[in-house]
Design a protein around this ligand. Structure first.
Ligand SMILES: Cc1cc2nc3c(=O)[nH]c(=O)nc-3n(C[C@H](O)[C@H](O)[C@H](O)COP(=O)(O)O)c2cc1C
Length: 185
């Protein structure tokens, strides 16, 4: 199984898209590190109808959406997905699954023939089924080995934690990973 980008020399920044979902900015911090090191277009996924501010209410809504397979409509539009060869997709773990908005994105856009590179932050319980679901929703893409690290834990009042020294440490780990998967030399 191919878990690398095929040809590091062929990655042009204008062919790279970095799409991420982030509620408390941890996944955004990783997206920005990737963007600084690789370039490309950085896009935050936004919903037509944002989730509640309340954490508990959001958890409950997500449980229901996962049960029914509801795909929340996206406000974010990517007008020319065809121009990208490499698509980074970033998301937190929600209910040990891929968050519904990222399911919406992967259903809505055909990433056939592209390299898809997942990255994740979580509250300490890991990636759950998120990376597997990315693979399932991108059956005709080269889905590369993803990056994950612990982010915040909104449940426990920990919002953005990937800042300061922790952001420096994260950057070192992200760069190491980007070399492993052949995105950086
Ligand atoms: C609705 C919801 C569900 C969550 N479910 C999980 C979970 O199942 N496992 C886990 O480790 N963290 C869970 N978390 C914590 C987030 O994954 C973690 O805080 C992450 O770093 C948030 O990323 P963000 O700052 O980019 O939003 C959940 C957070 C929210 C808001």
């Amino acid at each position: 199984e191919n878990v690398q980008v095929t040809d590091v020399a062929s990655i042009e920044p204008n062919k790279v898209l970095i799409v991420y979902l982030s509620r408390t900015n941890n996944t955004r911090a990783i997206a920005e590190i990737i963007h600084r090191n690789v370039g490309g277009k950085l896009v935050a996924l936004e919903l037509e109808k944002p989730y509640p501010e309340n954490y508990r209410a959001t958890v409950e809504q997500v449980v229901k959406e996962n049960e029914t397979g509801f795909l929340p409509p996206l406000k974010t539009k990517i007008d020319t997905i065809q121009q990208y060869d490499v698509v980074f997709v970033g998301f937190p773990t929600w209910g040990m699954q891929l968050p519904p908005p990222m399911k919406s994105f992967l259903h809505q856009y055909d990433l056939k023939g592209k390299t898809v590179i997942p990255f994740n932050t979580n509250g300490g319980y890991g990636i759950g089924s998120t990376f597997q679901t990315v693979k399932e929703l991108c059956p005709n893409s080269n889905v590369v080995e993803g990056f994950t690290m612990r982010g915040g834990s909104e449940r426990d009042g920990q919002l953005l934690v990937i800042e300061g020294g922790k952001a420096k440490e994260a950057e070192a780990n992200v760069v190491k990973w980007l070399r492993t998967i052949n995105v950086l030399k």
